[in-house]
Write a protein that binds this ligand. Structure first.
Ligand SMILES: Nc1nc2c(ncn2[C@@H]2O[C@H](COP(=O)(O)OP(=O)(O)OP(=O)(O)O)[C@@H](O)[C@H]2O)c(=O)[nH]1
Length: 334
């Protein structure tokens, strides 16, 4: 490793399809590396800032690049953010940061992130791309690579794979996932690790990413005439300031998973539930989901709910109407 390499700030990119386990892995790294000053850059698909609320233990400011995919119009925002971080240290005397971790949206193509470092030579003088770790949802893997070009590109671009959710699949299934990954990207290393227990030293300071090695993929991505997500993929955000009535929400949600689970690639919600003093946080991928009690509402704090769904053929008006029907807009007098 050259002296120049050591003096540059390492940048780790966490990619992986929607719901693969990137935020879980990021939280694990943050919990285990409390001594480091880590700048976190997250970006989300759609107009929703829920991810920021799901990242825990972050000591640093989370820089969010919203309203788009990192590979589309906001690539300039990423470059500006990285220059801004460096300027804060070099020109404004802020304490130096030890590393940057970028968590891309599950629908991001990774090539344009690397391209920023290739094109912006000044950026490459300040930062060193450490690795592109792609988190694999072992359970939904085959469905995702069959249906989504973005998932295939994330596999092709990785220099390291984390095979997550291995506990949800048989050993035979897991072997097939491994074989497919090494056929698709023979050079990348892989490990089977639950993101909740991952050892950050397996992911950070790998310095295995080689820009030259990926230059063909980067060129390919640039030469594609415009970049398109699977045309029917969209994010909808449902909001309400009225408390959610769980007696109405639960049956609707069950019906939703049953009838529209296939179309719902990813969903996350933070709800203000009638009669509960804490937020209800839930999230899922297709038909699999989990919920928990989140942060308590402060006295006098404005309570509201947000439910984000990324999927295909989603009729926003229908979802919003049905969601509002689950909320208590006025007290009924029995
Ligand atoms: N069973 C199981 N669930 C997991 C594991 N890792 C993560 N999850 C769950 O999978 C869901 C998605 O995890 P996230 O870490 O939010 O995934 P993500 O890749 O950040 O999702 P997006 O940012 O929406 O693309 C959450 O409900 C997690 O609790 C795992 O190893 N096993």
């Amino acid at each position: 490793m050259s002296t120049q390499t050591r003096s540059r700030v390492p940048v780790t990119v966490l990619t992986g399809f929607l719901g693969a386990g990137k935020t879980t892995l990021l939280n694990r790294i943050l919990e285990q590396n409390r001594d480091e000053r880590i700048a976190i850059i997250v970006n989300e698909f759609g107009d929703a800032g829920i991810d920021q609320q799901l990242v825990i233990g972050a000591t640093e400011q989370i820089l969010e690049l919203n309203n788009g995919c990192i590979c589309c119009k906001i690539r300039t925002d990423l470059i500006d953010t990285l220059f801004g971080l460096a300027a804060a240290v070099l020109e404004q005397g802020h304490e130096p940061i030890d590393r940057v971790i970028i968590e891309t949206t599950g629908l991001a193509e990774p090539a344009p992130v690397a391209q920023s470092f290739m094109v912006e030579t000044e950026l490459a003088e300040l930062y060193h791309l450490d690795s592109f770790t792609t988190v694999i949802d072992s359970y939904h893997f085959f469905k995702q690579i069959r249906m989504h070009e973005e998932a295939r590109k994330q596999v092709a671009f990785a220099d390291h794979f984390i095979l997550n959710k291995a506990g949800l699949v048989s050993s035979g299934h897991l072997e097939k996932v491994k074989k497919t990954l090494s056929d698709m990207n023979p050079g990348a290393s892989m490990q089977v690790t639950d993101c909740r227990d991952a050892d950050p030293s397996d992911i950070l300071n790998r310095f295995t990413f080689d820009l030259d090695d990926r230059s063909n993929l980067i060129k390919e991505s640039r030469s594609e005439a415009g970049h398109h997500h699977s045309s029917d993929t969209a994010a909808i955000v449902l909001r309400s300031d009225s408390p959610v009535d769980m007696k109405r929400f639960e049956p609707w949600f069950d019906e939703l998973l049953d009838k529209k689970g296939e179309q719902m690639y990813r969903f996350k919600g933070i709800l203000s539930v009638d009669g509960f003093d804490s937020r209800l946080v839930f999230q899922g991928v297709h038909m699999l989901f989990a919920g928990r009690a989140g942060k308590a509402w402060e006295n006098g704090e404005k309570r509201s709910s947000e439910f984000v769904i990324i999927g295909r053929d989603l009729d926003k008006d229908w979802f919003q109407t049905r969601f509002e029907e689950c909320c208590i807009t006025e007290r009924r007098v029995d």
